[in-house]
Unconditional design. Sequence first.
Length: 184
Amino acid sequence: MQPKIETLSAYVEMDRFIEEHIDVERFLSCCAQCPSFGRTWACPPYAFDPMDIWRSYSGILLYAKKITVPDELCSAVFEKKELTRVMMELVDPVKRELMEELYSMERSSAGSLALSAGGCELCGECARGRGLPCAKPQLMRYSVESLGGNVIKCVTEILKESVLWAENGRLPEHFILLGALLQK
């Protein structure tokens, strides 16, 4: 029952990306509803303007993993806790692999910056909640959405994939994990 994993990617010039896929005010207000808001260094509020990051780069390589869920799991109905556990078992190893690939791309592309697929999970409990600096600044990366990027639009309009959600105790047919590489 192994999921099928596909890599998806597309490059977009930054001016176009900012115009069509960035809405800092909207997505930071969404972030404010999340339990991680202000609790991890990878999450807002920030002491900087996210637009300064976007404007520092000439382009963005959207880099994603599509995880196709095995039919046997799609047809099953799960209790809430079990559904979460199964989703994490499918998604977490792929997220780690995605980040390793993005770190590697970042190292081989001078001046680039990787963006993570979702929130930071490097430390379990982030030092920010205790008023301390990031314990792993060399690995911590912001996500596209935490900087004001519209991930759903990126996936549907640029990568031409559908975004699906778990509903009524059932897994979706696939998950999309979207990271990125900002390039000079």
